[in-house]
Design a protein around this ligand. Structure first.
Ligand code: BGC
Length: 514
């Protein structure tokens, strides 16, 4: 099968040791970085659909929405300023993740998490107390800096702490925390929207301090990873830590590999220049395209704007938030599916099944909206009809949650050789944030101009990315990270970029196998 020239060696090294309670607890604490990211994703959509919030900060949008009930539904929320509120966070995160990579390297992962947590706390306080749009946006920028630091350091921390054979599962643990954060935000919005007196949005925004507090305090108790200790010149402490986290004294082999990897990466003075070499071409293309495609699924149209979208479709304010809670629940539970299947079914099957499911749902939702709202944007959903729309939106979210959601973070993190892994990972994070920003900034305007066609637009992109996966993404399940180069070497297309001496030190593919 094209693109499916698989390496499923499963014969990689297995170091002694088990999943200790110590590692489990530290990983759960570290993964709360995902909780914060998720809370931010989920909270803004609900807040921007609250009348009291719009009235106070975006009176023009509010007026338009009140006055235009019977006219074009597609455009009632179109406001650059409102979109800036949502999207400023991601631009800040994009810039901050580059600074974070320096802090993470020089001082250790935990200080990046701590710094991220503190910045978050300040951002949450500013947002909760906001008197004008400026205070709101400055608060969002501080939250964004926190996200940048957390997203840069947490995945690295998790991969370094986890035993190799559980790395995939723990990686998706980070995504699970993201979805729990989104759900918590949706539930909180549902509750605060009921507060009489018009200050419910303050509670929603200020409660970002809770996950921020967890990561700030939690990070102080986190141990450094052995890799980071070695990198910073503490070999004895690194070895002691490795014994502790693996729960055995028999860590010689793993420690030797860590030392070798750290020596090798010290030789690479400038990973940014290195990454441009021909032999890294396949990985760099994946690090650019996977996060780009993940955002072009259109998922954040639902995540950021579900309540606004549902209101646009004629649901009341309360019913809209309730629908967002439902999609949030589907998101969490469908992510669990990927946790339990990703190492058995493999990445490609999940990508392709999830993609097909999303395309069908996007076509159906676009068509259902077209039937009732046409191009004029005038119309109304009868109750039963609305329920069918929500059902297909949920099926779309489920498709994303067991494919492009977790795999968009997992696959880029497992394909890079060590010497350029951190540089590759920061490309992945920044491309993700850039397109999260672009979608957040453009969605309401796109809805206004493309109308129901917006759903076909994203459906078309999912079709393109599914073809890409089919032809160009090799299966990486069960392949030890240090043998990953063989996957590219054996691939019908990418093989041409990998020369024989690029696979030195790793078992060479048998002749005729390529
Ligand atoms: C994506 C986010 C998205 C979330 C939804 C993440 O993997 O990076 O942009 O909002 O999944 O669960």
């Amino acid at each position: 099968m094209a693109g499916g020239a698989l390496v499923n060696s499963g014969s990689g090294k297995e170091y002694p040791g088990k999943l200790t309670l110590y590692v489990l607890v530290t990983c759960v604490v570290a993964a709360t970085g995902g909780l914060i990211f998720g809370y931010d994703i989920g909270i803004s959509g609900g807040v921007t659909s609250m009348d009291s919030f719009l009235e106070k900060f975006f009176p023009e949008v509010h007026r338009k929405q009140q006055a235009n009930r019977s006219t074009n539904q597609y455009c009632q929320f179109d406001s650059q300023l409102l979109q800036t509120f949502t999207s400023s966070l991601y631009l800040a995160a994009l810039v901050a993740s580059f600074f974070a990579s320096g802090v993470t390297r020089a001082f250790g992962r935990k200080w990046s998490m701590f710094g991220g947590g503190v910045t978050f706390l300040v951002g949450a306080a500013l947002n909760g107390a906001a008197k004008d749009v400026a205070m709101l946006i400055i608060g969002r920028i501080l939250l964004g800096i926190g996200v940048g630091f957390a997203n840069q350091s947490v995945p690295v921390y998790l991969s370094e702490m986890a035993p190799a054979r559980l790395r995939g599962m723990l990686n998706i643990g980070f995504q699970l925390m993201i979805t729990i954060g989104i759900l918590a935000a949706n539930l909180i919005n549902y509750g605060t929207n009921k507060i009489k007196g018009g200050w419910g949005w303050r509670v929603s925004l200020a409660l970002a301090a809770v996950p921020a507090g967890i990561i700030t305090v939690g990070s102080l108790f986190l141990p450094d990873t052995p890799n980071s200790l070695l990198e910073r010149g503490f070999p004895d402490r690194a070895q002691r830590m490795l014994r502790r986290i693996r729960g055995t004294h028999d860590v010689g082999a793993e420690y030797a590999d860590l030392v070798a990897a750290s020596e090798e990466s010290k030789l690479v003075e400038n990973p940014w220049a290195n990454i441009l070499q021909r032999r890294y071409r396949p990985q760099i293309i994946m690090a650019l395209l996977i996060p780009f495609f993940q955002q072009l699924t259109g998922i954040n149209v639902i995540m950021f704007y579900a309540p606004v979208l549902f209101r646009t479709l004629g649901f009341g304010s309360n019913a809209s938030l309730m629908s967002a809670v439902i999609t949030g629940l589907v998101n969490v539970f469908a992510t669990l599916v990927s946790i339990f299947t990703v190492d058995r079914l493999g990445r490609r099957k999940l990508f392709l099944e999830g993609g097909a499911q999303m395309i069908v749902c996007q076509i159906v939702v676009g068509t259902l909206i077209e039937i009732k709202f046409g191009t004029s944007g005038e119309g109304h959903f009868p109750k039963g009809y609305a329920a069918i729309v929500v059902l297909f939106i949920c099926a779309y979210v489920a498709g994303f949650a067991w494919s492009w959601g977790p795999l968009g973070w997992l696959v880029p993190s497992e394909i890079f050789p060590l010497e350029i892994r951190s540089a590759g990972q920061s490309i992945n994070v920044s491309v993700n944030m850039l397109f999260t920003f672009v979608i957040a900034q453009a969605f309401l305007t796109m809805l206004c101009h493309m109308k129901f066609g917006l759903f076909y637009f994203f459906g078309g992109w999912v079709f393109i990315m599914s073809l890409f996966v089919f032809f160009f993404l090799p299966e990486t399940k069960n392949v030890p990270i240090e043998e990953m180069v063989l996957v590219w070497r054996k691939h019908w297309f990418w093989g041409r970029f990998i020369a024989d001496n690029d696979v030195n030190g790793v078992e060479k593919p048998k002749s005729g196998e390529k």
